[in-house]
Design a protein around this ligand. Structure first.
Ligand code: URA
Length: 200
């Protein structure tokens, strides 16, 4: 798809007022990566650091994601990475901005942007990082454990792989839990990489 279409999408996204999240966010955070990538990774929404930097996955969850990609020798420059919701949703606690999960209406309102990215990219594989991405891509709230670990052939988003959000690793209270979550995501992403290599 032409650079112009991507440029038009970027321009339109800057003016998004589809829900109220733009009012408190510093800026909109669109996707980034190769515009001819065979794969799209979809996260939840920008966090505190992404909101300030204007780029997806540059904070702590992004570091986990980068580490897993690196362990699979999968350069981030080769993928396209975006979020289901393009503005940071948070509440103030003291001077800190604390992440809040976007609600169904916010995910629904923001879906037009994800659809536009998806249509321009036409990926061979879609990977959902976490439940909000699954909600955006399928329109349904579903448990990750019922979906992950295999390649799904859904009507509108096939082939489709679901894995945990990288922040799930950081939320585990024990080292053992962190390792287990890390290896679960790593194994799902390896499946994604193998799938792309086999279907080239
Ligand atoms: N979490 C996400 O889902 N996306 C980001 O860009 C950062 C954190």
């Amino acid at each position: 798809m032409s650079d112009n279409s991507w440029g038009q999408l970027k321009d339109s996204l800057q003016h998004c007022t589809c829900c109220t999240l733009y009012q408190k966010a510093t800026q909109v955070v669109g996707g980034e990566g190769r515009k001819d990538s065979p794969v799209i990774f979809v996260g939840e929404q920008p966090g505190d650091q992404e909101d300030l930097a204007g780029r997806p996955f540059v904070g702590p969850a992004g570091k986990v994601f980068d580490e897993i990609l690196a362990s699979l020798e999968w350069p981030r420059e080769e993928i396209y990475l975006t979020n289901a919701v393009k503005h940071f949703k948070y509440q103030m606690r003291g001077r800190r901005r604390i992440h809040q999960t976007p609600d169904v209406e916010e995910v629904d309102s923001c879906r037009i942007w994800l659809k536009a990215e998806w249509r321009l990219l036409r990926p061979r594989l879609t990977v959902a990082l976490g439940a909000t991405a699954v909600l955006s891509l399928t329109g349904k709230k579903q448990t990750l454990s019922s979906l992950r670990g295999r390649i799904l052939m859904l009507k509108d988003v096939a082939p489709f792989i679901v894995t945990y959000h990288p922040s799930y690793v950081l939320r585990q209270p024990t080292e053992e839990g962190r390792e287990k979550a890390y290896h679960a995501i790593q194994s799902d992403l390896k499946m994604a990489k193998d799938f792309l290599e086999k279907s080239e």
